[in-house]
Design a protein around this ligand. Structure first.
Ligand code: NI
Length: 169
């Protein structure tokens, strides 16, 4: 099933998600639905709260269906090591039209569980490191606009309010 994407300021995007404890067929189905919903929305990363499900699950596919090995599922993920800095533009399916540069670590190591519940570690830099940090933030109720300066954030929020008012959000 294709879920519609929940947009800011829905509260589900702004609270920490619950850990996954049941690694069953329902979870596998949800993960497949998350990929389908992400592709439908033309995204390269999606966290469960973005479809209104407050669970610690995220899917990433930086190649957008071109390379099957790029499909990443992270359940209960956490960043276990981070180094360096990068400052690049980000967007988010829950904040359509909004883009801004965000400070992130250049290289991160994460630990997560797969759909069977097995724990694994993975490392990423550049765009993958950013995707890991952006998606794990979603599971903590943090959006990328929470990580920009107060001034830029106010500007973006004004833009969003204008779009909401115009029925374009
Ligand atoms: Ni996002």
């Amino acid at each position: 099933m294709i879920y519609s994407i929940v947009k800011y300021p829905d509260p589900v995007l702004q609270r920490p998600a619950e850990p996954v404890t049941a690694f069953d067929s329902k979870l596998r189905r949800l993960v497949e639905d998350m990929f389908a919903s992400m592709y439908e929305a033309e995204g390269i990363g999606l966290a469960a709260p973005q479809i209104g499900i407050s669970k610690r699950i995220t899917v990433i596919d930086l190649s957008f269906q071109k390379k099957p090995e790029d499909k990443i599922v992270l359940i209960n993920p956490q960043v276990v090591a981070a180094e360096g800095k990068q400052y690049e533009e980000e967007g988010c399916l829950s904040l359509p039209e909004i883009r801004d540069k965000v400070n992130r670590a250049a290289h991160v190591k994460i630990q997560a569980q797969d759909v069977q519940g097995a724990t694994f570690e993975m490392e990423g830099d550049a765009l993958l490191a950013r995707a890991f940090q952006h998606e794990i933030d979603h599971l903590d109720g943090i959006l990328f606009i929470d990580r920009i300066s107060r001034l830029k954030r106010d500007l973006q929020l004004r833009k969003i309010r204008k779009m909401i008012k115009a029925g374009e959000w």
